[in-house]
Design a binder for this molecule. Sequence first.
Ligand SMILES: [Zn+2]
Length: 396
Amino acid sequence: MWDISEYRGRYGSVLGASTVQQIERKNREAWKSFFSLKKKGEANGKPGFWGNTDEGRELRTYIRNTSYSVEWGEYSRLEILVGQDLKDEYGLGHRERLRLEVRGDPNWKEYEKQGRLELFYDEQSQTFRAFQPVTVDDSRLAHPLASEKAALDIGANNLVACTTTTGQQYLYEGRDLFKRFRETTREIARLQSLLEDGRYSSHRIRRLYDRRTKRRDHAQDALARDLIERLYDEGVSTVYVGALTDVLETHWSVETNAKTHNFWAFRAFVNRLACTAEEYGISVEVRSEAWTSQECPNCGSTEDTTRHRDTLTCPCGFEGHADLVASKTFLRRHQNASSSGWRTRCGASRQRQTTVTRSMARPVCLKWDNHEWLESSRSPRPNEEHTNPQVASVGR
Ligand SMILES: [Zn+2]
């Protein structure tokens, strides 16, 4: 932990005392979370440093919720509190704030309460960006249209495979994204091997890390929104997510597992998903009990099935998309597991809760084009098609 008093004096006159205090608090939070994760053996690298004098710095700061204001309109603006030195430089009065022009399309223009503003410089696009967390009144949030359920299978080649109790299936393809992630990772390793002794990073390496993270975050954000909007339209109120450790196939190498973990930043993704779901009143539940994604949905065998690429085959004659099958099995488990808890509910809704036997529509396959998830024309076959071809065309 560092002594803040020195920095308060040095930067307070430029940034304002409250901003220096926010950075101190952010720093404390980061280390606190690092040590608590470390205790649990889950620490994933020390809190990030924002560069140094030799390799360039990342510009990032935090503004206390009471030290800024945003106004959206024809000329949107952000006003932030700054220190006396900056006020003098810009000719601002003692009580004036620094006024900045902003552009953007915020999800919430009206809100109950604003959180700490994060400001940073995006080197790639050479723009300053701002993140503003807000608290929104419950009555402004959407409410689920029905009480359908959905289950997600998460992986690296197929980022998300999802099955709903309404018989919909969605498959978000991740092959290209994962491939680019691996390529960037290799390039980072190559550059690291070229570093002089005693150096651990370089400007280029940090930029690559940064780009890799941003690309993933962008795709994940867009995925969460695309999926949740689809699920909302289906009347889903609860989404079950299998903990990634259990989803990973045992036949995968340790290395692949580590990469998938790294790539997905599972916690961050579930968090993103939960935040988006909250806007729609949908709850996200992470379920960690062991289950196998190798299970044949037809005969229940887990031993005799084989997975080749995306296809799961079973001696009983079943053949289907492995990840979609997995999400369907996962969904069925949860419905069955929770059905005993539904006794107090009325019979009609209970019946709907206990089975996933509604026929499956043709799965919707989505591909990332670096901007949005687009429905691909090449959709995988529904799982039942092999054993009962008529089922495929049955709508809800
Ligand atoms: Zn079988």
